[in-house]
Design a protein around this ligand. Structure first.
Ligand SMILES: [Zn+2]
Length: 319
């Protein structure tokens, strides 16, 4: 198979949506920034479908997402990679971590983990991110593991993170750090987990700049630790503030006309949508119609807004 040009360049940005629904304005805005960050630096730009969840992902959603990117003038290099084609690769990397003593079996249900976190809330403990796994199964004996298996439970695989604190510099948010929890590497049903797959794919694809929504800032220390344990390079990070609905929650379908299809149905052209997104990023003037190509010249990552955008500021009339 031919190597996509973005991989030849060895320096790429990427956009990696989950094909589980339509892209909304927040997703499209992040895609625009990712594309501008890559193209303005002469990098390749890759699109990857994060379809680890085979139940919620669909080819129909994938097709519509790709159509939306193309309609906004965001082109990509090479073929679109699908995580669902790469489970064997992820499993090999988990096996490498296991051989290094970095993996353990976790038999906890979601409910048990929640109860454990609630019970520990008042006790003194090392500061972990919200919802972090408290380490219940970290040191199970062989007998305890056998007991769980005999009772019919199948284990998830977790990373033995060792409570490490990881630091990194983000182009938008500046210097950040965070404690890494014992993140899941593979679910109990054997499906590889998000953080592992992302790290493996970014390295395999030559992604040197990761631009994504800043709801993933807290996952970045986990991914950097996994990069180090697997001997992979750490890319540059750029986390874009989200678009929020009128209720202050991250944008979703219920907030009204938030997809390209919705906005087109209301009479907006793709060019107008690009222009609205550009204005919210400080890259265009009110009323100015721009194309993505024109914005490449104007783009400077350090000038991006550091606070969330609001749908009401983008589209006062859709509310
Ligand atoms: Zn457990």
């Amino acid at each position: 198979m031919a190597t996509p040009s973005g991989q030849n360049a060895g320096m790429s940005g990427r956009f990696a949506p989950s094909p589980t629904g339509e892209l909304h304005l927040g997703n499209l805005r992040t895609a625009l920034v990712a594309w501008l960050a890559a193209r303005s630096a002469g990098r390749g730009f890759l699109v990857r479908m994060e379809d680890l969840d085979r139940v919620t992902s669909s080819p129909e959603h994938e097709r519509r997402q790709l159509d939306d990117l193309a309609a906004l003038g965001l082109d990509w290099d090479g073929e679109v990679l699908r995580q669902s084609d790469r489970f064997e690769l992820y499993r090999r990397e988990i096996e490498r971590l296991r051989i290094d003593g970095r993996v353990y079996e976790c038999f906890c249900t979601r409910r048990e983990i929640r109860a454990e976190i609630d019970a520990a809330a008042h006790a003194p403990h090392v500061h972990l991110p919200d919802g972090a796994y408290p380490g219940t199964c970290r040191d199970l004996t062989a007998d305890e593991r056998a007991e769980h298996i005999a009772s019919g439970r199948r284990p998830a695989m977790r990373l033995r993170a060792g409570g490490e604190v990881l630091e990194f510099d983000d182009l938008v948010h500046g210097h950040m750090d965070g404690v890494v929890d014992d993140v899941v590497l593979a679910r109990a049903d054997g499906v590889p987990a998000y953080n592992l797959a992302v790290v493996v794919d970014d390295a395999a694809q030559g992604v040197t700049q990761v631009c994504r929504g800043d709801d993933l800032l807290t996952s970045t220390p986990r991914q950097i630790l996994l990069q180090r344990l697997l001997g992979l390079a750490t890319p540059q990070y750029l986390h874009v503030p989200l678009v929020l609905g009128a209720d202050g929650q991250r944008l979703a379908k219920r907030h009204g006309a938030v997809t390209l299809a919705d906005l087109r149905a209301q009479g907006s052209s793709a060019a107008e949508v690009v222009s609205v997104l550009a204005r919210s990023l400080g890259l265009a003037n009110p009323g100015e119609i721009v194309t993505a190509d024109v914005l490449v010249e104007r783009f400077e990552p350090e000038c991006l807004p550091r606070t969330p955008a609001h749908l009401a500021d983008l589209y006062p009339t859709t509310l």
